[in-house]
Design a protein. Structure first.
Ligand SMILES: Cc1cc2nc3c(=O)[nH]c(=O)nc-3n(C[C@H](O)[C@H](O)[C@H](O)COP(=O)(O)OP(=O)(O)OC[C@H]3O[C@@H](n4cnc5c(N)ncnc54)[C@H](O)[C@@H]3O)c2cc1C
Length: 496
């Protein structure tokens, strides 16, 4: 893969940093990114030297060639040259950079800047089957595709991501279910017909920017307008994205001098802004500062002719229970309707049914794994990672970046010895949400499943030095200039 874009991005970053009197190396240190040696002038060989060389043999089948799947294939190839690797992935644009969709949605990047072809990231000697895996017979180590191809494996790694379930919202049934990557023009035309914007596909983020501009123009013309932003009742990838697009709409309105005419209202299903108290408190303060409105415990259930309809759920005291000698708790539901001029929908998400409802799926439809080894709870020769894995708070590219190295090591150990040594590195629940709060500021929320707030690079000293609840320009530089090349040239090459 040619590093042309990487060079351009880094040159731009250097110019900005020079203006501020900081070298790139110092900036990277501040960002806790020193490990990504190849990014600061170190050689690719330096970064690759952390890989363990193994003479393991066997066939590893990877389901899904998105960010997690292709990174796993690349690292496995570099570590174990004798292992036979096959990836099943039907979508040609599966390596597109999804975190950039938020920036496309606000007109800061062009869609063409985030589209990447899977075939540009296939390591040597890795076979790609451009079909969809539909049948999983884990007892016989066999997968069958939609075209009837049968594949036998020694180890299987499931990295099939999530499906966007617009169909679960009444009025959006026509939009159906979709993946983030690929041609989603039909989905977008269906959403547009209902006045809905959604940055969860590349096409959707482009349409969001077009709709946002109309919204801003209406506010600028003097009309009082309302922007509605939702967060559903299922786990979602990148929990911060529903808020990021609201912050960017706010920034664009301010830029146009039209902010006073717009009511921006956030309707999350949950009862808080963030699972971690410090970040929750910081976000509430930001919302107050920016004059946003918000209503907790509102789940979008219907879109009907310019009206968004929510299930406002809560808990109330029920009847007296004589046996338990206490009042029962009942769930209450109230229908709440609001008109909108701009509606950004974050759809409910689920694992693809062919996996979630198969014998490798869990009762809740995800792939159940040991959260530290990423090994399937029932089938020891099956692993899962990325958005589809049933681990707490793990649905970000940042989590996948930690998980794929653990999976590769453990798959190799299983091939070598049939077990995972206790000394193998474990996934510790790291995840990251670069919460864009305006054009030029980001709060870098890093945390793990102990709900522990972490400083940059999970480094305790950095937490003291740079309070992670503060919005900073340096994190904007990280988000805007560095994370994409780090993902595309580092992670998808199995190195970063
Ligand atoms: C708007 C948005 C903003 C985001 N922002 C951030 C951010 O700021 N930071 C961050 O870290 N992360 C962010 N993310 C999340 C990040 O993009 C995902 O966590 C990451 O892509 C997960 O990788 P994955 O490989 O699990 O899934 P994907 O990259 O989605 O890949 C899954 C692949 O599996 C394939 N597949 C599905 N079913 C089958 C099947 N049956 N057979 C074969 N193949 C199959 C699909 O075609 C797809 O290509 C964002 C995502 C979005 C949408």
């Amino acid at each position: 893969m040619e590093n042309r874009n990487l060079k351009q991005d880094l040159a731009q970053l250097d110019a900005i940093l020079k203006d501020q009197g900081i070298s790139r190396r110092d900036a990277m240190k501040m960002m806790g990114l020193s490990g990504a040696a190849f990014m600061v002038g170190g050689t690719e060989a330096e970064a690759a030297s952390e890989l363990k060389a193994s003479g393991a043999k066997g066939h590893v089948l990877i389901i899904g060639g998105g960010l997690a799947g292709m990174s796993t294939a690349a690292r496995l190839r570099s570590s174990a040259s004798d292992v036979q690797i096959t990836v099943i992935e039907p979508e040609a644009a599966s390596c597109s950079y999804q975190p950039g969709q938020t920036l496309v949605g606000a007109g800061l990047w062009d869609k063409s800047e985030i589209l990447y072809k899977r075939d540009d990231f296939v390591p040597s000697d890795v076979k790609i089957i451009k079909e969809k895996a539909v049948k999983f017979d884990a007892k016989n180590n066999t997968v069958t595709t939609d075209k009837g191809t049968e594949v036998k494996y020694d180890m299987m790694v499931i990295a099939a991501g999530v499906k966007l379930n617009y169909a679960a919202i009444k009025g959006l049934e026509g939009a159906g279910e979709a993946y983030s990557s690929g041609d989603n023009r039909a989905l977008v035309s269906e959403l547009n017909a209902k006045g809905v914007s959604s940055i969860y596909s590349a096409d959707g983020s482009e349409a969001t920017w077009a709709n946002m501009q109309k919204f801003i123009a209406a506010a600028k013309s003097g009309k009082k307008v309302k922007g509605v932003f939702t967060h559903p009742n299922t786990p979602i990838k990148c929990g911060g994205a529903p808020k990021k697009i609201m912050y960017l709409t706010n920034a664009r309105l301010k830029e146009a001098g039209a902010r006073d005419n717009a009511d921006l209202h956030f309707y999350p299903n949950g009862g808080g802004m963030f699972g971690i108290k410090d970040y929750h408190t910081a976000i509430v303060k930001q919302f107050e500062r920016e004059g946003f409105n918000w209503s907790y415990k509102h789940n979008l259930v219907e879109v009907n002719n310019g009206t968004a309809i929510f299930d406002n759920h809560g808990k109330a005291k029920g009847a007296w229970d004589e046996d338990l000698e206490e009042y029962a708790t009942i769930t209450t539901h109230k229908k709440v309707e609001t008109n909108f001029d701009f509606l950004h929908v974050t759809p409910p998400m689920k694992a693809p049914d062919e996996l979630g409802k198969s014998e490798v799926g869990s009762a809740k439809g995800w792939i159940p794994v040991n959260k530290e080894t990423m090994q399937h709870v029932k089938f020891p020769n099956v692993f899962a990672l990325g958005d589809i894995a049933a681990v707490p708070m793990g649905k970000t590219g940042g989590s996948a970046r930690k998980q794929y190295k653990v999976v590769v090591n453990n798959v190799i150990s299983m091939l070598e010895s049939g077990s995972i040594p206790a000394t193998n590195a474990k996934y510790a629940g790291y995840t990251v949400c670069p919460l864009i709060t305006s054009i030029g500021t980001v709060m870098l929320a890093e945390f793990n499943w102990a709900s522990k707030k972490l400083g940059s690079g999970t480094n305790a000293a950095m937490t003291t030095l740079l309070d992670p609840t503060q919005e900073r320009y340096i994190w904007w530089l990280l988000k805007f200039y560095l994370l994409k090349p780090m993902t595309v040239y580092g992670m998808l090459a199995g190195k970063a």
